[in-house]
Write a protein that binds this ligand. Structure first.
Ligand SMILES: *[C@@H]1O[C@H](CO)[C@@H](O)[C@H](O)[C@H]1NC(C)=O
Length: 290
């Protein structure tokens, strides 16, 4: 009787340990601008087919037109939804954030002191900002030509729209630095005293995976998905030559030095198809979701 009980207890323990060791970490998905949870159906399928048993959490918040809500408000909203998931999984979670969502995720990593995000996958996100008024990013009020968008975006009114929060006009540096309510502070383009704490929090991640490509068609310049951006002559300045990297303003250089940054560049992928492309999933995403 006693030994049976022991066997039972031991196997229960092994079972728990097995689940603990072998289980895939849950994956949290954050959508992009003008999108919602429905757009992640394929990606969810890819994940659960490759790694059966993975819990995929698609956060349903600020969907579709509501995705134009100011970025900090979205950061707060997503953070509140994601926190309980993190608490439920003390071994960590993965964060996969698409397009505008990649900036929201960076903001929430900055603002969450004890987060347990293992790998942060930024899927075609304008991490260094956007300077391209493509058809997809149009919404009533926004001027059709990128040269004029700053007029709409760089003031208190414009900053009520998410896109304006990361609009980065290389020809209007001082207007950008003064007005940008989100990108300028998170990229350290406007100094402020919270940066040290944000950096510390951000550096809790183990891996940063940056995915993007030249045929994206929306993210402009497309290298913004890899933290590259235009200088004031619209020449490309790669991540490693960006001021925020050289000065390690929010931890990119530290993360890179410890081997924590991976990039995956793929041609032939249009912006709206990144999350539904099996080759992209197989080549760039799957191996991180363990
Ligand atoms: C899927 O991605 C690959 C690159 O990884 C690309 O060559 C191909 O064109 C893409 N397919 C679609 C339908 O976007």
């Amino acid at each position: 009787m006693k030994s049976l009980q022991t066997i039972g207890a031991v196997s229960l323990l092994l079972l728990l340990m097995g689940a603990h060791i072998d289980g895939y970490k849950p994956v949290i998905l954050v959508h992009g601008v003008f999108e919602g949870t429905g757009h992640f159906e394929k990606l969810t399928e890819f994940i659960t087919q490759a790694h059966p048993g993975t819990e995929v959490h698609v956060i349903s918040l600020f969907n579709d037109l509501q995705s134009l809500t100011p970025m900090w408000k979205q950061v707060r909203g997503f953070r509140e939804k994601i926190k309980p998931i993190m608490q439920k999984f003390p071994d960590g979670v993965h964060l996969l954030c698409y397009s505008q969502g990649g900036l929201i995720c960076r903001g929430l990593l900055y603002k969450t002191a004890r987060h347990n995000v293992d790998t942060f996958i930024s899927l075609s996100s304008p991490q260094a900002g956007q300077y391209g008024a493509t058809e997809y990013l149009q919404f009533p009020l926004l001027p059709p030509l990128k040269e004029f968008v700053f007029n709409f975006c760089y003031n208190t009114f414009g900053q009520h729209y998410s896109i304006c929060n990361y609009w980065n006009d290389p020809h209007r540096r001082s207007r950008y630095q003064k007005s940008s309510a989100f990108l300028a502070p998170i990229n350290g383009d406007r100094p402020h005293e919270k940066m040290k704490v944000w950096k510390k929090n951000f550096l809790r991640i183990k891996n940063l995976v940056l995915i993007g490509g030249p045929d994206d068609g929306v993210i402009t310049p497309w290298q913004s998905s890899l933290f590259g951006f235009y200088d004031k002559k619209e020449n490309m300045v790669e991540m490693k030559d960006q001021r925020f990297y050289r000065k390690d303003l929010f931890g990119l250089k530290t993360l890179d030095a410890r081997g924590g940054i991976s990039t995956c560049v793929r041609p032939g992928v249009q912006h709206l198809l990144w999350h539904s492309n099996l080759t992209v999933f197989n080549d760039c995403i799957e191996k991180w979701l363990t």
